[in-house]
Design a protein around this ligand. Structure first.
Ligand code: ZN
Length: 345
């Protein structure tokens, strides 16, 4: 089968289309999927660059997200049947520890992500546990189904379980255009919150406005903190969603109201920040980390997708061979929504 795989880490030049054996079921709980589309995430760039503490076996197939048709099922599988159209939760957990038993799978000590810690989805076939699969909503095209899971699940946990965002509250979302920020805008809108979004591109801000952003700020030309204060009667945002890290950390804090919550799911511009503890306690901020989500949260977003209330935004669909070039576009931040690789038609 074809697979978009790394033969080493250290950059996208190590990524190419390889011919690899089709994977076989390894447990009775496994399902093999004939992949129709695979979506790219910033995670794939981090994996290609090399992540500390993650040792890969090469060739390593990239990709966390995707959708396709069930092609083979293990003897213990009851969740899906041959021929079902499926997408999947890319988080893999042990299923036996206290956190898993409590339904907090992304806190599992052996939590793993498809395409990061094990071979991923950008290939003709993929084998994964049946419990990770969900049926694609009728009417959702392959590209949208492939683009749905990682970004939407991440945004959902950030804004619901972690930030407890309420109707009528204001949320600041940095860098609209990326998969998680676009999903966060949708989730905020769904919850009845008021979203203020930023981008360096006026074209992206215009699209964000048409998709429910109440206010937009061009962060290349405007003072984001002053604008957020002005738009909130001097108070600041109730919740800030940040995956940017170092470059915007101080502004994220200064844009936060007293008692506000800052939720972080990434550190694109760097992981090391400083914090004045006096401001933390005096302003009573909550600083929250968030990673993917639980099975319960995944079931919630799948239900909302089946109701048509959560629906991912696709930037481009590219042929299999153009996968590395599409990741280059992602690295340059040019996309508006998700980049998807067409695997089968
Ligand atoms: Zn576990």
């Amino acid at each position: 089968m074809r697979a978009l795989a790394l033969d080493a880490v250290g950059g996208l030049e190590h990524l190419a289309v390889h011919e690899l054996p089709r994977p076989e079921l390894s447990t009775p709980h496994d399902v093999r999927v004939r992949v129709h589309a695979a979506a790219l995430n910033r995670l794939d760039l981090f994996v290609a660059d090399g992540l500390p503490g993650v040792a890969l076996t090469f060739p390593h197939i990239v990709g966390a997200d995707g959708a396709g048709i069930v092609d083979a099922v293990g003897s213990a599988v009851w969740q899906v049947r041959l021929g079902d159209r499926v997408m999947w939760n890319p988080g893999l957990s042990c299923g036996r520890c206290a956190e898993c038993m409590a339904g907090e799978e992304s806190l599992c000590g052996s939590f793993r992500v498809l395409g990061e810690h094990r071979s991923g989805s950008a290939a003709d076939y993929l084998v994964l546990p049946a419990e990770n699969l969900a049926l694609v909503p009728p009417g959702m095209p392959w590209a949208e189904a492939a683009a749905f899971s990682l970004a939407t699940l991440t945004a959902w946990r950030m804004l619901t379980t972690r930030s407890a965002l309420q109707a009528g509250e204001t949320v600041l979302i940095w860098g609209i255009g990326g998969g998680v920020s676009m999903a966060a805008l949708q989730v905020a809108h769904l919850l009845g919150a008021r979203a203020i979004v930023t981008s360096a591109s006026d074209a992206k801000l215009e699209v964000a406005r048409s998709r429910g952003a109440a206010e937009t700020i061009n962060h290349a030309s405007a003072d984001v903190v002053a604008e957020v204060r002005r738009l909130t009667g001097g108070l600041g945002a109730d919740v800030v969603v940040d995956s940017i890290g170092e470059a915007r950390w101080q502004q994220s804090l200064r844009a936060l109201r007293r008692g506000g919550r800052l939720t972080v799911c990434g550190a694109t511009t760097g992981p090391a920040v400083t914090l004045d503890l006096r401001r933390l306690f005096w302003r009573q901020w909550s600083l929250l980390g968030s990673t993917l989500g639980s099975r319960r949260e995944y079931a919630e977003i799948v239900r909302l997708a089946h109701q048509g209330r959560l629906w991912p935004v696709v930037d481009q669909v590219v042929p299999f061979a153009d996968g590395p070039a599409a990741l280059g576009r992602l690295r340059r931040g040019e996309q508006l929504g998700k980049l998807v690789i067409e695997v089968a038609t």
